[in-house]
Write a protein that binds this ligand. Sequence first.
Ligand code: AMP
Length: 177
Amino acid sequence: MRRRLATRRFDPLTDQVNLHPRDPVRAYIGLGANLGDARRTVLAAIDSLAGLPGSRLVARSGLYWSAPLEATGPDFVNAVIALQTSLEAHEMLLQLQQIETAAGRLRPYRNAPRTLDLDLLLYGTACINSPHLQVPHPRMFERAFVLLPLAEIAPELVSSGQLAALEGQRIKPMVRS
Ligand code: AMP
């Protein structure tokens, strides 16, 4: 028998958070960091994500170095993971923001260097367009630091044409990941 987990479901129409059971969904999350010990921060964040309630880590890409894109500061460390999760998408976003805050994330200005950035890239096949959450992430297909690690763990989700379009962006796998 499939176990169902009661999770809080956010209803954007009523602005309410309710207890609601739901079936697990495959969610893809992009991670990036370019301040402090970025590699360590990303690895710790993967551990935190794997421990989220009602969630199980099913895949993790290697780590990549990428040049800042629409951002400033040193090169980023990036990765993408897949979670099988019973969390509702807005609840997942809240959890991502809590992990960012716990890692010391500040938002002094738009696109500032960041200790940790977590993006909900895909949530099953859902299309979400609420005030606080857009899924699929609206810029994911413009970013090599998302598509390369995503293609590593879910090649069926990324076409060779999409990868070829981003060839000019500087990104390389981390040797020790
Ligand atoms: P950032 O400062 O780049 O971390 O952007 C965070 C903001 O983007 C927050 O206000 C979120 O509500 C919003 N946002 C919208 N869609 C997404 C998404 N798919 N993943 C993460 N943040 C999102």
